[in-house]
Design a protein around this ligand. Structure first.
Ligand SMILES: [Zn+2]
Length: 67
C-alpha cells in the first residue's frame, strides 16, 4: 500500500501484509510518519522530556526577602 508522510510529503510503500500497513488500515486517522520524520520527532520528544525534568529541579531564588 502507498502511504504519504504528512510532514514531508514523502511517499513510501508498505508491504500490505506488514503490521504497520494493517494498523494503518484499521485506524485511518492514525498518522503515518516516514522513518526520517519519526526519528526526528522521537529525538525532539526525548529532548523535551529531558528539559522538562531539568526544570523540575531548578529552584526559584527569592531576592525580595531583604525588604
Ligand atoms: Zn516524513
Amino acid at each position: 500500500m502507498k502511504v504519504i508522510c504528512p510532514l514531508c510529503d514523502k511517499i513510501e510503500y508498505l508491504d500490505d501484509n506488514s503490521f504497520q500497513a494493517k494498523r494503518l488500515r484499521n485506524r485511518r486517522k492514525h498518522m503515518f510518519l516516514c522513518r526520517k520524520c519519526y526519528e526526528r520527532i522521537e529525538v525532539k520528544t526525548k529532548e523535551r522530556h529531558a528539559t522538562g525534568k531539568f526544570r523540575l529541579y531548578s529552584v526559584k531564588k527569592n531576592s525580595s526577602s531583604l525588604i
